[in-house]
Design a protein around this ligand. Structure first.
Ligand SMILES: Nc1ncnc2c1ncn2[C@@H]1O[C@H](COP(=O)(O)OP(=O)(O)OP(=O)(O)O)[C@@H](O)[C@H]1O
Length: 228
């Protein structure tokens, strides 16, 4: 699913190079659930941004689902993102003026413009039911709890059935119990559908539920433990 080899990622900050990722390699299989842990500022989000095609590597190779992201232009990258991955963020990033079903429906429309309005509603509604929110379809984000908002975020990321789910501290804004529930849901959905997952978390207990745990330390990625 993911094939990252000898990736370096360097930004120029105040005229000086900042080496954010150093010789990072990572190979994952389809359906594999990988957790990345590590201290704040170690480069975890930067790696996710590269995997999402939202930033570009400085050197090295990076392929996702068979596509060489270093060779794609911006339009192809955008198309690739729409069809290949769902992304869940720490701060939910829902559109405040839209109901839960419209937040999810909009993502589906973008990924699958050929669908009719009624198909979009039907599939968005099913995606929300899959995260336990069948009774909250018309709620706007402000009328939902944090855990519910993140479940909408998860439904939005999964509604087009992407082969890869990227999650950047999806429980970071939730209390421990709610966070554990959202992760449980995410892992269950991913396993049911064979979705590969790359999850960034500060929570070692949540990370331990993944197939593999890797640790990022000062821009270097190492395999931490085999959990199963
Ligand atoms: N656009 C940028 N300009 C300057 N520095 C940056 C930029 N993006 C990232 N950095 C720096 O690169 C380092 C890695 O950042 P990154 O967000 O990847 O870390 P992280 O491991 O995800 O941290 P956290 O757990 O706190 O989210 C940090 O020191 C950060 O300040």
């Amino acid at each position: 699913m993911i094939d990252v080899r000898a990736v370096n990622y360097t930004l120029q900050v105040a005229g000086r190079p900042l080496h954010i990722l150093k010789n990072v390699s990572l190979q994952t299989k389809p359906s594999e659930v990988v957790a990345i842990v590590g201290p704040s500022g170690s480069g975890k989000t930067s790696l996710l941004m590269l995997l999402a095609g939202l930033e570009r590597v400085t050197s090295g190779s990076l392929a996702v689902n068979g596509a060489d992201l270093t060779a794609l232009g911006e339009d192809d990258l955008a198309r690739f993102r729409r069809h290949t991955m769902g992304i869940v963020f720490q701060s939910f990033h829902l559109i405040p003026s839209l109901s839960a079903i419209d937040n999810v429906g909009l993502a589906l429309e973008i990924a699958a413009p050929e669908l009719s309005q009624s198909q979009v509603r039907e599939q968005a509604s099913a995606a929300l039911a899959a995260v336990g929110l069948a009774e909250r379809l018309e709620h706007r984000p402000t009328a939902l709890s944090g855990g519910e908002q993140q479940r909408v975020g998860l439904a939005r990321a999964m509604v087009a059935n992407p082969p890869l789910l990227l999650a950047d501290e999806p429980t970071g804004n939730l209390d421990q119990k709610t966070g554990a529930m959202v992760i449980e849901l995410m892992f269950n959905l991913a396993r049911e559908r064979g979705t590969a997952v790359v999850l960034i978390t500060h929570d070692a207990a949540l990370a331990a539920r993944a197939d593999r745990v890797l640790t990022m330390t000062q821009g270097e990625l190492v395999e931490a433990a085999v959990t199963h």
